[in-house]
Design a protein around this ligand. Structure first.
Ligand SMILES: C[S@@+](CC[C@H](N)C(=O)[O-])C[C@H]1O[C@@H](n2cnc3c(N)ncnc32)[C@H](O)[C@@H]1O
Length: 192
């Protein structure tokens, strides 16, 4: 199922309210993160950006020729809105790439891995401190990432998509790459 537009379980247009918008902290990723990712890894021609925001990652992937399905819980002017990724029960015939909502990052990682076929990839742009904490230990035991690319130079994620107001990131980020079925050691590399 490479093109899933129109087949999502949507929540309806009423979800475009300010209340819900505020409940789902939106940080847009500097598109350079996607440009750099594509220098590090190759992906299936079909990609699902399942928390696409305003499309900062999707647009770069499309520019590089990927067939990108973009969805988000909230419609932010890009892709299909009203789609709760955690409630989609599909096997997506491709790879999944996103910067997920931090609050549900663990759930997104698990659900993404379980939504792609064996051997397919999940790439998540996550805070480096996602590596720590007891609550995520079981995730890493069950699903060890294949590679983690740590950003040596910090990459901005702008609150509300406002890169002007957000000068210099306080957070260290990394691209975490999972390959469904991989059970080996995790390799750590550096980029940027
Ligand atoms: C950190 S922002 C990243 C946006 C975009 N991926 C980017 O990199 O610019 C996380 C996004 O996740 C969306 N989101 C939150 N909960 C979601 C859910 N359950 N299903 C789908 N999207 C969700 C938010 O609306 C927000 O746009």
């Amino acid at each position: 199922m490479s093109n899933m537009k129109g087949v999502f379980s949507t929540l309806g247009a009423s979800n475009h309210s300010n209340t819900i918008r505020e409940q789902n902290d939106y940080y847009a990723t500097d598109p350079i993160a996607a440009e750099l990712l594509l220098e590090l890894e190759t992906f299936n021609p079909n990609i699902w950006e399942c928390a696409c925001g305003a499309g900062h990652l999707s647009k770069v992937l499309e520019k590089h020729g990927y067939n990108v399905t973009s969805s988000d819980l909230i419609y932010r002017g890009y892709g299909e809105g009203g789609v709760d990724f955690l409630k989609q029960n599909v096997c997506f015939d491709g790879d999944i790439i996103t910067n997920p909502p931090y609050k549900y990052a663990k759930e997104f990682v698990e659900h993404a891995i379980e939504s792609v076929p064996e051997g397919n990839k999940v790439a998540m742009f996550l805070r480096l401190l996602f590596l720590e904490s007891q609550s995520r230990r079981d995730l890493f035991d069950r699903y060890p990432p294949k590679t983690i690319y740590v950003a040596s130079k910090r990459i901005n994620c702008a609150h509300g998509g406002d890169f002007e107001a957000c000068q210099g990131s306080a957070q260290a980020y990394a691209w975490f790459i999972w390959e469904r079925g991989y059970q080996g050691s995790t390799i750590v590399k550096w980029f940027n």
